[in-house]
Design a protein around this ligand. Structure first.
Ligand code: ADP
Ligand code: MG
Length: 312
């Protein structure tokens, strides 16, 4: 079964149970309205040794930061402010005390950067390999929340940063080159927390998510949940230094925001973003009423067999 087949099975089998006020699964975070026009959002991400990281190719401090960063990115993708996290970690006997202390220091540093509390968690022994689970909690005015399901035909699709650096870095790491700039990007993702909060305040931003599994796969989630299609101009995909366009479209873990915005306000949005954050908002295509993801080169559809990655 695929990752998404498994999630779909969970969704159907739990459909008849009470939701207790939560919106159903399927977005970057679960949403719980708490009254007063406010909502809490919740997300969890798991990192497991050998699948998400190689212990020899990352420092414990970097991994502490990354474990938190990937969760803060999902909170940012909703337009919410991250407020607290829960950290659960399974450590094998060969992850020495020094390793664990460095891990916690990396986690603490990024918590300080973004002002998040560590509110709880669990610690246990593992028979083999390190496993880390982080749950992040965010808060936002309910009106600011951005979902994957709100893209509309005609919307401009934007990527809020260059893509492919992390994928190129992973390729370097797997080839034994851990000291390249791209490998450093792969190990130290920077969640777009301020950017996500700002997009949250902009009503012309319709749908939003973070790019964790690659544009080709993640944009499809917006299309599926919004019941729309898209045309993406391959030449407009912002390719990070050291990457190529296929890596930018298919490799994961860039943790840049992907959003759609009303066409009449798109240009102003991009100009204000650039003025505020000092980097461009990249228009890469538009949302269509016709379903399906179409890649355009020189304005013409090109049959590209591009997919993002699944985790198992
Ligand atoms: P993201 O890449 O933003 O972390 P995913 O694509 O991994 O999101 O997950 C898609 C959706 O499926 C999310 O809403 C997530 O909460 C939900 N999900 C994933 N795994 C499970 C699970 N084991 N149980 C319940 N919901 C899950
Ligand atoms: Mg996400």
């Amino acid at each position: 079964m695929t990752e998404f087949g498994f999630i779909e099975q969970i969704r159907t089998r739990f459909a008849s149970l009470p939701d207790n006020g939560f919106e159903g699964i399927g977005d970057d975070c679960a949403v719980l309205p708490i009254g007063g026009g406010e909502s809490l959002v919740f997300t969890a991400d798991l990192l497991t040794e050998g699948v998400h990281f190689l212990r020899a190719a990352t420092t414990a401090r970097e991994l502490g930061g990354k474990s938190l960063a990937v969760n803060l990115s999902d909170v940012a993708a909703m337009g919410a402010r991250p407020v607290a996290t829960l950290l659960s970690i399974a450590l094998p006997p060969n992850a020495a005390d020094a390793w664990a202390a460095e891990f916690i220091e990396g986690y603490r540093e990024l918590s300080a950067t973004f002002g998040t509390a560590l509110a709880g968690g669990d610690t246990t022994r593992s028979e083999s390999g390190i496993t880390i689970n982080v749950t992040a909690i965010g808060r936002a005015p309910s009106a600011n929340l951005k979902r994957r399901s709100d893209a509309r035909p005609g919307d401009v699709i934007f990527a809020a940063g260059e893509l492919g650096a992390s994928g190129a870095g992973l390729r370097d790491i797997l080839a034994g080159r851990c000291d390249t700039p791209q490998a450093a990007v792969h190990r130290n993702p920077q969640p777009q927390v301020a950017e996500g909060l700002w997009f949250g305040t902009r009503p012309e931003v319709h749908a939003m998510m973070d790019l964790s599994d690659g544009l080709a796969s993640d944009l499809q989630h917006i299309l599926d949940r919004s019941g729309v299609g898209a045309e993406v101009e391959v030449e407009r995909i912002p390719v990070a230094p050291g990457a190529d366009v296929r890596t930018a479209a298919c490799a994961g873990e860039d943790y840049k925001l992907l959003l759609t915005a009303a066409p009449d306000a798109a240009e102003r949005l991009a100009a204000e973003f650039a003025a505020r954050f000092g980097s461009p908002l990249h228009p890469i295509g538009r949302i269509t009423a016709a379903p399906g993801l179409v890649w355009l080169r020189n304005g013409k559809p090109e049959p590209l067999d591009w997919h993002g990655f699944e985790h198992y």
